[in-house]
Design a protein around this ligand. Structure first.
Ligand code: ADP
Ligand code: ZN
Length: 211
């Protein structure tokens, strides 16, 4: 099963991807995570990416496409995968089509007010990347990751000024992909404004049908 997750920042792509990994036993490929790993490792690619990410802008297509091409060539992707955060531009979608075919694109729709609230209360684990929410999914101990004990932090790009910029970027560059994939007959949509579990219970029958 080869799936793309589409949705605004904070729509919950990562949370849905985690449940899909458990359910369908296929890997999640998050370009945000790949870029943050490169940034933390201080590689030249990571340092270049950091400048764009911290400003709420997209990292240049050729950088991200290269990362995804390498990742999709790994053995664990041969039985399928979930793309989380890629493609985000039309050129990325076109490049992806030259790398692999795709079974379905799941678009997660959430009202902007809900999203802003989620992003400002989002906290991520420094060590394992697990995502929490101070309101809807707090850690057992404040500031500490339940799964690994790592320290929780507010991502630089989850600060309010940057969030606004990321939305503009989404509207201008990524939203057109919804129509692009609808035209290809690949689009599924799901309402994502409630809890992670509720959203997944709506998505699951749609996904099961395309296995
Ligand atoms: P979110 O979906 O909440 O915006 P991500 O972790 O997916 O968070 O992405 C964080 C940042 O990483 C983006 O704002 C962007 O700068 C960069 N990034 C992630 N994926 C891509 C991509 N496919 N193309 C360009 N930049 C990307
Ligand atoms: Zn952790």
């Amino acid at each position: 099963m080869k799936i793309i997750l589409l949705g605004a920042p904070g729509a919950g792509k990562g949370s849905q991807a985690k449940l899909m990994v458990d359910t369908y036993q296929i890997p999640q490929i998050s370009t945000g995570d790949l870029l943050r790993t490169a940034k933390a490792a201080g590689t030249p690619l990571g340092l270049e990416a950091q400048r764009y990410m911290d400003a709420g802008l997209l990292v240049p297509d050729e950088v991200v496409i290269g990362l995804v091409r390498e990742r999709l060539a790994q053995p664990d992707c041969q039985g399928g995968f979930i793309l989380d955060g890629f493609p985000r531009t039309l050129p990325q979608a076109e490049a992806l089509a030259r790398i692999t075919d795709i079974d379905r694109v799941l678009s997660i729709e959430v009202a902007p007010e809900v999203i802003i609230g989620r992003l400002t209360s989002r906290r991520s684990c420094q060590k394992c990347g697990q995502v929490y929410n101070l309101v809807s999914y707090p850690p057992r101990t404040a500031g500490v990751c339940d799964s690994c004990g790592g320290e929780l932090y507010l991502r630089d790009d989850d600060r309010e000024e940057t969030i606004r910029k990321r939305f503009e970027t989404y509207e201008a560059q990524t939203r057109p992909l919804i129509q692009h994939y609808r035209d290809q007959g690949l689009l599924l949509t799901v309402q994502g404004g409630d809890t992670v579990e509720e959203t997944f219970s709506r998505a699951r029958p749609l996904l099961d049908a395309c296995r």
